[in-house]
Design a binder for this molecule. Sequence first.
Ligand code: ZN
Ligand code: MN
Length: 477
Amino acid sequence: MDKLIPKIGLEIHLELKTESKMFCSCPNDPDEVHPNLNICEICTGQPGVLPTLNKRALEYAIKLAKALNCKINEFNYFARKNYFYPDLPKNYQISQYELPLAENGYLEFYLKEEYKKVRIRRVHLEEDTAKIIHENNYSLIDFNRAGIPLLEIVTEPDLKSAEEAKAFVEELILLIRYLGISDANPEKGEIRFEANVSVNFGEKLGTKVEIKNLGSIRSLRDSIAYEIKRQTELIEKGKEVIQETRGFDETKRITFSQRRKEMAEDYRYFPEPDLPPIILDQEFINTISLPELPFQKRKRLKDEYNLSFKEVNVLVENRELAEFFEETFSEIKAFDENFDIKILVNILINDLLGFLEKYQKKLSDLDFTPIQLANLLIKLKNQEINIRMVKDILEEVVRENKNVDLLLKESSLVSNEKLDELIERVISANEKAVEDYKKGKESALQFLIGALMRETKGKINIQLAKELLIQALKKND
Ligand code: ZN
Ligand code: MN
């Protein structure tokens, strides 16, 4: 007997980061706190007005469609999706239906280290609705959001678990940020999710349940996990799964029934008469170029630098750091063909990134350059400074945006002659420890090195200092 397998498809709404709204010149400003400021006759649905398509929104949509490997329909058009709701001033949403902008794409990603591929059914253009704010015993409407450019992205039901859905959405958000078309911040409602979940034996699709209005990746994951469990239990008990729309209770972390299939809305779609069809040609589509995408970057970084999966991911998720890494490495290689790349990667991922997080800074806030880091690491390799100093310098650089060269001047290692002199001093000042060491107590050596570190404020090559100290102790016999 076949196993029960969940199949999950996603519907994603994405607000585009354009200057103006989709069909009028009102500012698209998600941070506007004064309600109903960025509105006009068009986005509030006054009679007799005509919409005009935002060219930038179209370009952004094509960008994403290309990045999702979709086929772009050179002829496509808008449709009216009719329904009555207070957040929809025209009583219809301008959307796309029979012929969307783009279809039949896919997105590749990894769940942990496992390769996955999800097919994209369609990407279409539409407009956002207004926001309803429910207060105690009344509701308020803010039309600032009405008419903001939206993309709807629909996947095929290729996802098989809640964790896969989460990883897919994280990769999609990363891709969108690489493209610069939206910040795709779920907390700000810039990206919103709906999930179709069905469970059935083998590859057959089961009865589809739609979970609406998921405002965070965590809710997306938890609602899917709950729904899989609920449907599996029903099927195992021989009960029927009902086709319906469910909501997700953020507090109880469970889905609940909202609307049965027989009450599904009929949107009476028809072609939008106020907007001409979108006619694209290949030449125009070709002018819209893509940056290196996360999936490509992951592969290239791995192949070019032989990094671990985890290291590559940190860099891919942090584009600024990745760029800094590549530039620094090429600087170092100009000096030293055999430099150990792991030293650079560790310094960047463990130390620099840690300091940036600790002090809430971005790399671009600093005057620090790849040449400066390369210089530091070459000095480290030449034993002019030690790793402790590199870390201290980096922390100062991040915290105070201090000049590296000045910091370096203050912190070169003490010279060998000076080190010999200091060792003599430490030996004569710590008779007890010296005696202990001669009796075979190893910890006494550590104590003496500690004393040496204090004398020099840590500016010694510890390995060298240890050797010199042992030699001096023998001589002292
Ligand atoms: Zn407007
Ligand atoms: Mn939609």
